[in-house]
Ligand binder design. Structure first.
Ligand code: SF4
Length: 391
């Protein structure tokens, strides 16, 4: 006997519970017309990161992905925000930070498994149904789907905020040709709060709900080129991601959900010592960090950010490693960033190495970094000399 849509929905909600899915919501698969207009304006303003699906139709019309689409099932999984015993960063043994969304096993895999479980249930209930699962890297906007399906509202920080778990949730969805009764969207509840806009160190949140991705530190930690100098001091030890706009949100206060074992962080991976990161081979990097979401861009951005953190901490014990990179690393971004860090740390050993490297360096951008770093070392020397004479 054919099941009613409401019965199928009920059975999927029960299956979601069994699969330990924290939230499930249902939405129609109509095109996201208003979103398309917003994305166009976003593109025209130059605010895209470049990681997005370029085809706006695919991003806003579920039928471009599944032509017979009628419904979308959205899910959310809460992730932890606190470590039981976080390792301590200290002089000579400074540590970097992977954002919480990179803790534990790569969430793409975890959510896909849950969605595949739901899909199996759907096929059992409706044999021959069509369904496609997506997590983050699919064309469709996870956030727009979650909003329409009543998972949460879109906060001024552009995150989906759920009443139960705040914005510390991963999102995923399944498009299907089965009609399922839609849920009501959650009412927006940011109110007069502007905490995330006020706290963003780069002003990347240019207006409520509008993010200039090019100035967002979470995005910038994932780029592979030189990090613009004005952002280097703002990273605060982050190697991957950045989450100030979530950390200050009142809806995230005291939220820490540890019930998904897969997301339990390994403290040594998510707060790794910085200096050993500079020595890692590709194989070692894959073995150590390959299962984390934060490894998707490879080791170069992580190493570049580790060098920036060492410079920012003015870690003198890192000088020999940084000199080695400046002299020997084949990647201009790494040599140039090492030069910047040496300039920031200063001292005669750093100044001598910079001076020597300046004579043989061929890459124009690295040469410029060396020049600026030497200026910084000289400035420090003059300041020290003046202090000595005045004493
Ligand atoms: Fe909304 Fe305030 Fe949270 Fe920003 S910090 S998302 S304005 S509630």
């Amino acid at each position: 006997m054919k099941m009613e849509a409401a019965e199928i929905k009920k059975a999927l909600q029960m299956e979601a519970k069994r699969l330990k899915i924290d939230k499930i919501g249902f939405a129609s698969a109509e095109p996201f017309t208003e979103l398309k207009e917003r994305l166009k304006r976003h593109r025209e303003a130059g605010f895209e990161s470049g990681f997005e699906e370029p085809d706006l139709d695919k991003r806003t019309d579920p039928r471009k992905i599944l032509p017979e689409a009628r419904s979308i099932i959205a899910i959310a999984l809460a992730y932890p925000t606190k470590m039981e015993q976080p390792p301590v960063s200290k002089p000579g043994a400074y540590r970097g930070v992977f954002c919480r969304a990179s803790w534990g096993e790569d969430y793409h895999n975890v959510l896909k498994r849950k969605l595949e479980g739901l899909k199996a249930k759907l096929l059992e209930l409706v044999p021959g149904a069509a369904a496609t699962v997506m997590v983050d890297t699919g064309a469709l906007s996870d956030r727009a789907v979650a909003e329409r399906a009543g998972i949460g509202w879109s906060g001024k920080n552009t995150s989906i905020i759920t009443p139960e778990f705040g914005s510390w949730v991963y999102l995923g969805e399944m498009i299907t040709d089965v009609h399922l009764p839609p849920d009501q969207p959650v009412t927006e509840a940011c109110g007069d709060c502007t905490a995330c806009l006020d706290a963003c160190p780069t002003g990347a949140l240019v207006a409520p709900g509008q993010l200039n991705s090019r100035a967002c530190l979470a995005y910038l930690t994932q780029t592979k080129g030189f990090l613009a100098p004005e952002y280097r001091d703002l990273l605060g030890g982050y190697l991957y991601g950045f989450e100030t706009c979530q950390a200050v949100c009142p809806y995230n206060r005291k939220k820490n959900f540890t019930h998904h074992e897969e997301f339990t962080p390994d403290p040594e991976k998510v707060r790794p010592l910085l200096k050993p990161l500079l020595q890692l081979s590709n194989r070692e990097f894959r073995e150590r960090f390959g299962s984390m979401a934060g490894s998707w861009r490879g080791k170069k951005p992580i190493q570049r950010n580790a060098i920036i953190a060492l410079g920012r901490f003015r870690d003198r014990t890192a000088v020999p490693d940084l000199i080695r990179l400046l002299k020997e690393d084949p990647r201009p971004v790494i040599r140039g960033t090492a030069a910047w860090a040496l300039g920031r740390i200063g001292g005669p050993e750093a100044a001598d190495a910079l001076s020597l490297a300046g004579k043989t360096e061929r890459d124009q951008k690295v040469k410029e970094e060396i020049e600026k770093a030497l200026d910084e070392c000289r400035g420090e020397e003059t300041a020290n000399h003046r202090t000595y004479r005045e004493a």
